[in-house]
Design a protein around this ligand. Structure first.
Ligand code: ADP
Ligand code: ADP
Length: 228
């Protein structure tokens, strides 16, 4: 299993009386593309942060790629995340004044899995396959279109050849045309590289791209006091 959760309970430290997650059991197998939907405030980002070891549960076991994250120190979890998990965010989180190559290079710096020349080669392959013309590789990313920035964010997420890709509302800044081309490109990229994909969004229209669709409210047994 790529992801296995058992008897997870989570609340934020300063809000102990507001449980956010209560997940008895949930898992994802290798190669699955899973879409989890739920309204804003439902706990989607919290769940993803737990899967990537940014947050630890108050109770229960988080197992990712056969590693119990609970047993790792925070430093080990950061290393584990850099080596195994790619992340695509809503706001891309690119550094605006750096160019495409520099943004991607920065992500590779935190993982030891590739040498410098392998990184260069992999960057060229990724940017080319994501249809970013070479003439744009050295421009500050803030000068590129939103659609292009989001494709650079995919390249960055994939540079360390992650086994698991986590996407948190990556299309919400995109218009319909950019959204559809982003999704098509994302799905073919994960397919081609045999990457397991967990994608969360409130936008149900995206479910058409996935072979597994779930509602967070169904897998999360917490009282829905937060969801609006
Ligand atoms: P979603 O991603 O579905 O919008 P989140 O996981 O971001 O939901 O948030 C779930 C709930 O947890 C919300 O009520 C949010 O206000 C609360 N929350 C998120 N982050 C924190 C935090 N750092 N401290 C306290 N509460 C938080
Ligand atoms: P998203 O839409 O991706 O869930 P949010 O806008 O809910 O993001 O939250 C943005 C950031 O603010 C997150 O890092 C989240 O942890 C934090 N946050 C959200 N709600 C709270 C809260 N009630 N208290 C403290 N931090 C919060």
């Amino acid at each position: 299993m790529v992801i296995q959760l058992s008897n997870i309970r989570f609340s934020y430290p300063n809000h102990k009386d507001t449980p956010i997650l209560n997940i008895p059991s949930w898992s994802m197998a290798e190669g699955e593309h899973c879409f989890i939907h739920g309204p804003s405030g439902n706990g989607k980002s919290t769940l993803l942060n737990m899967l990537s070891g940014i947050l630890l549960p108050n109770e229960g076991v988080v197992c990712v790629l056969d590693q119990h994250l609970n047993n790792l120190t925070s430093r080990q979890r950061n290393k584990f995340r850099a080596d195994n998990i790619g992340y695509v965010f809503q706001q891309f989180n690119l550094i605006p004044y750096l160019d495409a190559l520099e943004n991607i290079q920065l992500a590779s710096y935190f993982s030891s899995s590739l040498t410098k020349s392998e990184v260069s080669e992999e960057m060229s392959t990724l940017l080319t396959s994501l249809n970013i013309p070479e003439s744009d590789w050295n421009k500050p990313v803030r000068t590129l279109s939103i659609g292009q920035q989001q494709r650079i964010a995919i390249a960055r997420a994939l540079i360390n050849t992650p086994k698991l890709l986590i996407a948190d509302e990556p299309t919400s800044a995109l218009d319909n045309i950019n959204r559809d081309s982003f999704m098509t490109l994302l799905m073919s990229t994960v397919e081609k590289n045999n990457i397991t994909l967990l994608f969360v969004s409130h936008d149900m229209s995206l479910s058409q791209y996935f072979n597994r669709v779930e509602s967070l409210s169904e897998l999360n047994q917490v009282e829905c006091s937060n969801a609006s």
